[in-house]
Design a protein around this ligand. Structure first.
Ligand SMILES: Cc1cc2nc3c(=O)[nH]c(=O)nc-3n(C[C@H](O)[C@H](O)[C@H](O)COP(=O)(O)OP(=O)(O)OC[C@H]3O[C@@H](n4cnc5c(N)ncnc54)[C@H](O)[C@@H]3O)c2cc1C
Length: 448
């Protein structure tokens, strides 16, 4: 797989830092958005001696990292895992924050169908079949194809030959790899973007104490103004002015580190507008949706030691993750992706709980207890996210995201998970985009 320029850019950044030591400067940088991208850029620039102000619309930092503590223990309603710890800058950050992490054991997943646990042989055969379908669909992909179209052809070609248990596992695995991974239905995804991301090796780890330790570490000592929603940005060769309910602020340079969904919805007016290349690329991307329903029970109804449960009787994209295994008590997190997540977001609490527990009850072949307390994520209609993370629509190309790293104007840049080719839709991608934009801002400020 191609290795993109971000890590090289980071190295270059470090070199620039050494070649031209920071001079005390009154240059003011505005960073709009206190998610991982914005905080990563702000931290770097503040450490270089520049005066940085972060403007954040919400009353908290972290953006799509959002740890809830309603149940007494930490539950992440947004990002939960560091995906692959080897060489992952977020794993370094977690060590610096002294945040405890625990690896998810993907082998400790119980799959149920028709009232019984699916056996190892059917699970392994289903996994192989799913892999064959996905590999074949990926290999056949050309620009313009939807992933759903190519997969349907593969499934029709070989699915009928598989026995029902293998077929059910394969269908479930594919749903996990697409609708739950990308938060989008397969028909709305570009086939060429499937698995085009770079992945770090190593464990996928969770934060029993909450992912929010990381944005907190980055924000230490930074000037962050909460409740400061930016509505208008005006930029030219001399600088940037931003406007909102807080009034007007001016800076020499600014970084727009808000999510793709917010940009696409036109919630911020940019004058002069985005260059054509930026606009074309943004139009080919979409916001996938992953919603979580966190349920607290009197006691766990699932076998001890499980890291995940899968219900194979239905094709609804839902997976269940017990948190008792990490010491959080009898909590179960249901993850729902794509259109099913959008539908879930419209339901009241009781219907949402029914929607995520019914497939599990059917697959386990028994009635399940009602949860004592429920907390839900609301990414679908969150005005400061407008979805969960970016995806490439059919017709688009993942490489086009590269355009979004180019300056919007001489003093204005974008940052965020949607702007990176190799690691979109992740915390590390967001952080890397912040480091990359910081390098560009440094180069601009130091050339003056
Ligand atoms: C349910 C869910 C599960 C996920 N799971 C994982 C996972 O397990 N592992 C992983 O690596 N990634 C995961 N992700 C993705 C990851 O959370 C994001 O890619 C990353 O956090 C995005 O960071 P960001 O800085 O680009 O954007 P954000 O975190 O969204 O930050 C943007 C900030 O801009 C603010 N903002 C928006 N508009 C304005 C405005 N007009 N003025 C001022 N401020 C504004 C927002 O409030 C927000 O704080 C998940 C995401 C979701 C939603």
């Amino acid at each position: 797989m191609r290795r993109r320029a971000i890590l090289e850019a980071l190295l270059a950044c470090a070199l620039i830092g050494r070649a031209a030591p920071a001079r005390a400067s009154s240059a003011r940088v505005l960073v709009i958005g206190a998610g991982m991208a914005g905080l990563s850029a702000a931290r770097q620039l503040a450490d270089e001696g520049f005066k940085v102000t972060v403007l954040e619309a919400r009353d908290r930092i972290g953006g799509r990292i959002h740890t809830d503590r309603t149940f007494g223990s930490a539950v992440d309603l947004g990002a939960a895992w560091i995906h692959g710890t080897e060489g992952n800058p977020i794993a370094d950050l977690a060590r610096r924050a002294r945040a405890r992490t625990v690896a998810t054991d993907w082998e400790a997943f119980a799959l149920y169908k028709g009232g019984a646990e699916v056996g190892d042989r059917a699970t392994a055969a289903g996994e192989r079949l799913a892999e064959r379908w996905l590999t074949a669909a990926s290999a056949a992909a050309e620009r313009g194809d939807s992933l759903g179209e190519l997969l349907a052809a593969e499934i029709a070609r070989t699915g009928a030959k598989a026995d029902p248990a293998t077929l059910a596992v394969a269908q479930w695995m594919v749903t996990g790899a697409i609708e739950l991974e990308y938060g989008e239905d397969r028909d709305a995804l570009a086939a060429i973007a499937y698995d085009a991301e770079e992945a770090f090796e190593g464990d996928d780890v969770l934060f029993p104490g909450g992912y929010d330790a990381l944005p907190r570490l980055l924000a230490e000592g930074l000037e962050v103004r909460l409740g400061a929603a930016v509505e208008r940005v005006v930029h030219d060769e001399s600088g940037v002015r931003v406007y909102g309910g807080f009034g007007e602020m001016a800076a020499e340079v600014a970084v727009l580190a808000m999510p793709l969904g917010v940009l696409q919805a036109g919630r911020i007016e940019i004058t002069p507008g985005l260059p054509d290349g930026h606009r074309r690329t943004l139009a080919q991307l979409g916001m996938g949706v992953l919603e979580k329903v966190v349920m607290r029970f009197d006691e766990a109804f699932w076998p001890e030691g499980l890291h995940g449960l899968g219900a194979l009787d239905s094709l609804i994209p839902v997976e269940h993750y017990p948190l008792d295994v990490h010491g959080a008590g009898p909590l179960l997190v249901a993850l729902v992706g794509g259109d099913a997540a959008r539908a879930l977001a419209k339901k009241d609490e009781a219907s949402a709980v029914r929607a995520v527990l019914a497939p599990l009850a059917q697959a386990m072949g028994r009635e399940l207890p009602a949860p004592k307390q429920v907390v839900r994520s609301r990414w679908t209609d969150d005005p400061w996210a407008m979805g969960s993370y970016s995806v490439v629509r059919p017709g688009g190309d993942p490489e086009d995201r590269e355009v979004l790293a180019k300056p919007v104007g001489p003093r204005l840049w974008l940052a965020g998970e949607h702007t990176v080719v190799d690691h979109p839709a992740t915390v590390h991608g967001a952080w890397l985009s912040g480091q990359r934009v910081a390098m560009k801002v440094l180069a601009t400020l130091r050339s003056q």
